[in-house]
Design a protein around this ligand. Structure first.
Ligand SMILES: CC(C)(COP(=O)(O)OP(=O)(O)OC[C@H]1O[C@@H](n2cnc3c(N)ncnc32)[C@H](O)[C@@H]1OP(=O)(O)O)[C@@H](O)C(=O)NCCC(=O)NCCS
Length: 313
């Protein structure tokens, strides 16, 4: 069996930090309300940066750390639901910026907040027949551009950013995945593209119920595939960073030990496809995530989509 191996990661957040305090000057909210409901204190919003800028910086970091050159990349995928253009894809523009070869397989994929794990799975499959042995998988979002900044139900939840990973295909490693999709457009939907101003429409309670259900189910399925009886047999669990209460709820149901489930949404908010690679990068750079560890990661979001992976780091 082969598995994707993440050789290195990178991340890029736009410079501007927006606190709950600042948002409370524009909409009727408070730091107390937002933090107690979501675990979010602040997020980053782009000013002049584009999604491509964030993707380029995160990807360059990952490639430098992996010591992989542009000439060695055969696949370049970007998970995003907020590309700079409907076409060309961010992946194609990234190819040019990074100087990747012309015959690199480049495209964006939209699986909302599950986008990075869909990308990882797709890149692994494509590497079997790619012109070169390494793939670049990026999650990059500029959600501040598609939000209604006057709607307190949604504008406090999201942030901008990008995370990237350089991936190779390794034989003899174990990895398990789960995927799903429900064809649902009422729980969470982003208007556009087109002449209508974009805005996120969300039934927060429905999304919450969906998230706790599929995250718990995905973790149980992945543990079973690996022959593990408890989530505490893992070294780390990295869920999509939408809401601390979703993560805490699942951790409690699975009787997880303190600290097993990573959380960083306090500083970034929900960065959709970027949230998992940003979290992985923070964990690697801080020395928490080390080679040989067993990591389980789960993404979920609009679609409704979800994806989980259990891999050896
Ligand atoms: C969005 C979410 C935080 C809302 O929390 P909630 O406890 O369900 O709150 P409700 O939507 O029931 O709203 C309760 C009240 O708070 C108000 N409210 C909503 N947003 C608010 C805000 N930012 N500040 C202050 N009050 C707010 C509502 O207007 C409502 O007021 P009302 O009772 O007078 O009508 C929660 O449902 C959630 O996290 N859902 C998951 C969303 C998510 O993660 N989406 C992305 C998935 S990828």
């Amino acid at each position: 069996m082969s598995a994707p191996q993440i050789l290195a990661t990178g991340r890029c957040l736009p410079d501007r930090v927006v606190t709950n305090e600042e948002l409370s000057k524009a909409v009727d909210t408070s730091d107390e309300w937002v933090f107690s409901r979501t675990g979010i204190h602040s997020r980053h919003f782009c000013t002049t940066e584009t999604g491509l800028d964030l993707a380029v910086n995160a990807a360059r970091q990952a490639m430098d750390r992996a010591r992989v050159t542009a000439a060695e990349i055969g696949v370049c995928l970007v998970g995003t639901f907020t590309p700079d253009h409907a076409s060309p894809s961010t992946a194609c523009l990234l190819q040019r910026e990074l100087g990747l070869m012309e015959n690199t397989i480049c495209f964006d994929l939209n699986a909302a907040c599950a986008g990075f794990l869909y990308g990882l799975h797709t890149a692994h499959a494509l590497l079997a027949d790619a012109p070169r042995p390494y793939a670049l998988v990026v999650g990059a979002e500029v959600i501040s551009r598609v939000m209604d900044h006057t709607n307190r139900n949604t504008c406090v939840l999201f942030g901008d950013g990008a995370g990237a990973a350089v991936v190779s295909r390794e034989e003899g490693r174990s990895w398990h995945t789960v995927f799903g999709s429900r064809g649902d457009r009422s729980s969470i939907r982003v208007q556009g593209p087109g002449p209508v101003p974009s805005a996120i429409h969300m039934d927060g309670k429905a999304v919450f119920r969906f998230a706790v259900e599929v995250v718990e189910q995905s973790i149980r399925q992945l543990l079973e595939k690996e022959g593990l009886s408890s989530v505490n047999d893992l070294d780390l669990v990295v869920c999509h960073q939408a809401n601390a209460r979703i993560v805490d709820h699942v951790a409690k149901k699975l009787k997880a030990r303190e600290g097993l489930f990573y959380k960083n949404m306090d500083r970034y908010g929900n960065t959709s496809a970027a949230s998992i690679p940003i979290a992985l990068d923070e964990l690697v750079q801080s020395g928490v995530l080390r080679p040989g560890m067993r990591v389980l990661t789960v993404g979920f979001g609009g679609g409704l989509t979800w994806a989980g992976a259990l891999l050896e780091w």
